[in-house]
Design a protein around this ligand. Structure first.
Ligand code: FAD
Ligand code: MLT
Ligand code: ZN
Length: 464
C-alpha cells in the first residue's frame, strides 16, 4: 500500500537545524519543482539519465532525519528530490555468511528486526532508527550508540549498488569478507552524502545475536573519572562493551522535565553520569559477574558515587529512553546550538572544560549540556540559551559560538562533524578546518565522478 507523501515536509528542515541556516533564522523550506519516488534501481537510473541530459540537479533523500540539511533542495540548486522511500525491498539474507542485501529505502529498524528474526544482529543503532533509511545511513556514515564495539556504518558495509551521475548502475553487491581487486570503490560512496552517486542497495555485515546484555547507569565522582571508568570497562569487559555514553545532569533534568515517561533511576543529583551496555553472544556466560566486579572496583576506587544495573529489558529500555530524550528535549528549553564534535577520547574532559569556559565568557548564562558517545570521543556539545535571553538574539550568535567551539576542537586535532556529516549547514565552516590539499582532493574526486555537478549540488563540497 503506498503511503501518501508530504512533499512539503520532505523539503523542510527540522526545527533544531533551522538556526544553523546562515541565511535563515527560522524553519527553512527548500525549493524544488519535483519529488520522484522510484521503486527500482532501473527507475533511479532512468531518472538520473534524464537529469544528466538536461543538467538538472538531484537531491537524494532517505528518511529525512539528517541534521545538516544534506537532503534539502536549496533555492538556486535547480534540483529535484529523489526519495528512496519506495526502493525498500530486503533482497536476501544469508545467516551462514552473516550478510543481508537490502535496498536503500529500507528503514533501519526494519533491518534490525529482520536480522533478529534470523538470530543475527545488525548493530547500527541511533535515535532516528524508526525513520532513517539505510541509504541515508550509508551516505552519512552514521555512527550511533554501538560504534565502540562495531564501528561506524563504514565498517558494516561489504558491498554497494550505486547509480552513477551518468545513470549507469554499478553492481558492487559482493558478499565477501575479502576482495582485494583494486580501489575499494564502496568506501568513496560511504559518507559521500549523495554528492557522488545514488546508493540503491547494500550488502550488510551481520553479527551473532547477543544472548545476554547488561545495562548500567552510573553517577560519577566528577567528569575526569569518566576516562579511567572507560579504560577499566575495556579491561574488565573486553569487547563485550558495546556502548559508553556520557550524560550531564542538566540533560537528564531536561529529559525528566519535558520527556514522556522519563525517570532518573538514581536518587539525588550528580553532575555527570555514564550509561553503559555490554553484551555477549554465548549462553550461560558470566557477563553479570564480570559486570558486578567492574562496578565493585569502580566503587572501591571512588570513581562512582552510585550506580544502577538494569534488572531486566524494561529497565534497560528506561535508561535508553532517558538518554534519547536528551536530544529530543533540548528544543523545549528554547534555542539550542548543537555540535557533533569528536576529539581523541583521552581529551574529552579537557575539551569540555575548555569549551565551557570559553562559551560562558562569550555568552554569560549559556547552558552547555555536552552528552553522547564518549567511547568514540564523539560529544554532542549542545548549548541551550540562557534562561533570561531572547531566543532570536541567542541564535543570532550561532556563528560566533560555533567558531569558538570549533577552534577549540581544532586545537585538539578533532573533527567538527563526527557522525552527522557536513551537508549544507557545515559546508563553509568545514573549509575553515580542512587543509587546502584535502579540499582539493575532494574536489577532484567530485569533478571526476560528477563532472556536471548534478549530484546533490551545494552540499559538502565548498563552492568557492
Ligand atoms: P536523509 O536525512 O534523508 O539524508 C541524509 C544525507 O544522505 C543527505 O545528504 C542525502 O542527500 C543523502 N542520501 C540519503 N539517501 C541517499 C542514497 N540512497 N544515496 C545517496 N545519498 C543519500 N546520526 C548519527 O550518525 N548518530 C546518531 O546517534 C544520530 N542520532 C539522531 C537522533 C535523532 C533524534 C535524529 C533526528 C537524527 C539523528 N542522527 C544521528 C542523524 C540522522 O539520523 C543520520 O544522519 C541518518 O544517517 C540520516 O539518515 P536518513 O535516511 O534520514 O537520511
Ligand atoms: C544523538 O546521539 O542523540 C544525536 O546524534 C545527537 C543529536 O540528535 O543532536
Ligand atoms: Zn549522536
Amino acid at each position: 500500500m503506498e503511503t501518501a507523501i508530504d512533499a512539503k515536509a520532505m523539503i523542510t528542515t527540522h526545527d533544531d537545524i533551522a538556526p544553523y541556516m546562515v541565511e535563515q533564522r527560522g524553519r527553512f523550506i527548500g525549493q524544488t519543482s519535483l519529488v520522484v519516488l522510484p521503486k527500482t534501481t532501473q527507475e533511479v537510473s532512468d531518472v538520473v539519465k534524464l537529469c544528466a541530459e538536461y543538467n538538472i540537479g538531484i537531491v537524494p533523500q532517505g528518511g529525512h532525519t539528517g541534521l545538516v540539511s544534506g537532503g534539502i533542495p536549496f533555492p538556486g540548486d535547480n534540483a529535484i528530490v529523489l526519495s528512496t522511500s519506495r526502493l525498500n525491498k530486503i533482497r536476501a539474507i544469508d545467516p551462514a555468511n552473516n550478510t543481508m542485501i537490502v535496498e536503500a529505502g529500507c528503514i533501519l529498524q526494519t533491518i534490525q528486526e529482520h536480522a533478529a528474526k534470523h538470530d543475527r544482529l545488525f548493530p547500527l543503532s541511533l535515535g532516528a532508527e524508526g525513520s532513517c533509511q539505510i541509504g541515508g545511513n550509508i551516505a552519512t556514515n552514521a555512527g550511533g550508540i554501538n560504534v565502540i564495539r562495531y564501528g561506524n556504518t563504514r565498517q558494516l558495509i561489504l558491498g554497494l549498488e550505486v547509480v552513477t551521475p551518468t545513470g549507469e548502475i554499478w553492481d558492487g553487491l559482493r558478499a565477501l569478507q575479502k576482495d582485494n581487486t583494486g580501489y575499494d570503490l564502496k568506501q568513496l560512496y560511504i559518507g559521500s552524502e549523495g554528492t557522488l552517486g545514488i546508493i540503491t542497495a547494500a550488502v550488510l555485515q551481520l553479527f551473532p545475536k547477543p544472548k545476554e546484555q547488561q545495562t548500567a547507569i552510573l553517577a560519577l565522582r566528577d567528569l575526569d573519572t569518566s576516562l579511567p571508568l572507560l579504560n577499566l570497562a575495556q579491561a574488565m569487559l573486553g569487547d563485550a562493551l558495546t556502548s559508553f555514553e556520557l550524560l550531564p545532569w542538566i540533560g537528564i533534568d531536561f529529559a525528566q522535565k519535558h520527556g514522556q515517561g522519563v525517570i532518573d533511576p538514581i536518587e539525588g543529583q550528580y553532575d555527570w553520569y555514564i550509561l553503559m551496555e555490554a553484551s555477549v553472544a554465548i549462553n550461560h556466560s558470566n557477563l553479570k559477574d564480570h559486570f558486578d566486579n567492574y562496578l565493585e572496583t569502580a566503587f572501591e576506587k571512588g570513581w562512582i558515587k552510585d550506580g544502577v544495573l538494569a534488572q531486566n529489558k524494561t529497565q534497560s529500555d528506561c535508561f535508553w529512553l532517558l538518554r534519547e530524550n536528551i536530544t529530543l528535549c533540548q528544543k523545549a528549553e528554547g534555542g539550542s546550538i548543537k555540535h557533533d564534535i569528536s576529539v581523541p577520547v583521552s581529551s574529552v574532559p579537557a575539551f569540555i572544560k575548555m569549551a565551557n569556559e570559553a562559551v560562558q565568557k562569550l555568552i554569560p548564562g549559556i547552558r552547555p549540556h555536552p552528552f553522547g558517545h564518549l567511547g568514540d570521543g564523539n560529544i554532542h556539545y549542545n548549548l541551550s540559551q540562557p534562561i533570561n535571553m531572547n531566543k532570536q538574539d541567542y541564535l543570532d550568535r550561532w556563528e560566533e559560538v560555533n567558531r569558538v567551539v570549533h577552534d577549540i576542537v581544532h586545537s585538539f586535532n578533532g573533527s567538527i562533524s563526527a557522525e552527522h556529516g557536513i551537508g549544507r549547514v557545515k559546508r563553509d565552516e568545514n573549509q575553515h578546518y580542512k587543509s587546502p590539499i584535502e579540499i582539493q582532493l575532494m574536489k577532484s574526486i567530485k569533478t571526476t565522478l560528477d563532472p556536471k555537478g548534478i549530484m546533490n549540488p551545494g552540499k559538502l563540497i565548498p563552492v568557492s
